[in-house]
Design a protein around this ligand. Structure first.
Ligand code: SF4
Length: 264
């Protein structure tokens, strides 16, 4: 981190910093897009369900064979007991995920004429689908921006960058919707996810090499320190900041979250 440029802009309100943050992330990741391989809204919906508590890379290894075998919602609804579970076993939590896929397959077949619905309310009515999944499908399969996907990376980076102090994904999403122009609602999560993977690691953020260091209130933790240890509230914990400028002093506050909305 270049200490001469550390704090001047990082103390500015999020609303002032966000245009430059987005600009730099766009420059850093000009091809930012959904990391889950898919060719249709159904495939993206299935991949997103599988991505709960699992990496995108792992999901992308499983889905080619899965999508070749299950082509329609009815195929998932009719999957034999145990078979679908085996097909998705390596993504973890396969019993719950298989139950969701059977349920959403049946619901899409019976209630939506076999087509993945295009509204938030309809998507939320499907088994195993909560806001993260619905936002992901609407944004990336249909180009409809009604919210922002908040996964574990988006949650962590929003806190570290001082964009939100929300205690759960829904609160963080509300803050991002206020801050980020609607035209960027879909891509902002891809940008933050890529930045989280490349630079703003959960355990060892590379603040020294970060293109946002001068805009980030957590950069003062510097190399080697664990910056703003915020994590999506799933099986672990949420650590909201007491002081943006001293993230190492954050206090723990445990909270459980909806199982399907945990990070990927
Ligand atoms: S790597 Fe460091 S400076 Fe960059 S966003 Fe993360 S905490 Fe902030």
């Amino acid at each position: 981190m270049n200490s001469t440029r550390t704090t001047a802009n990082s103390r500015a309100p999020a609303r002032v910093r966000i245009p430059t943050i987005l600009q730099r992330l766009h420059r850093e990741f000009p091809d930012a897009r959904c990391a889950l391989d898919h060719r249709s809204p159904l495939e993206l919906l299935v991949a997103t369900v599988l991505s709960a508590q699992c990496t995108d890379a792992r999901v992308n290894k499983v889905t080619p064979d899965l999508f070749a075998k299950y082509k329609t919602p009815a195929d998932y609804a009719a999957a034999k007991p145990g078979e679908l579970e085996d097909d998705i076993r390596s993504t973890g939590f396969f019993n719950n995920k298989a139950k969701s896929l059977r349920g959403l397959g049946a619901a899409i077949r019976d209630r939506f004429g076999g087509e993945v619905p295009r509204t938030m309310d309809e998507l939320l009515s499907l088994p195993g689908v909560a806001r993260k999944t619905a936002n992901c499908v609407l944004g990336n399969a249909y180009g409809i921006a009604v919210g922002v996907v908040v996964d574990t990376h988006v949650f962590r980076l929003s806190h570290r960058l001082g964009l939100s102090a929300g205690k759960n994904p829904e609160q963080v999403e509300r803050d991002l919707i206020e801050l980020v122009p609607r035209a960027e609602w879909i891509v902002v999560s891809h940008l933050l996810i890529l930045h989280g993977r490349k630079t703003c690691d959960a355990r060892k953020p590379k603040c020294d090499a970060c293109v946002l260091a001068d805009l980030c209130p957590s950069a003062e933790t510097a190399a080697g320190a664990v910056a703003a240890r915020t994590k999506l509230p799933n099986s672990s914990r949420v650590i909201p900041r007491r002081n943006h400028h001293h993230p190492a002093n954050e206090a723990d506050k445990a909270r459980k979250a909806k199982k399907t909305e945990t990070g990927r």
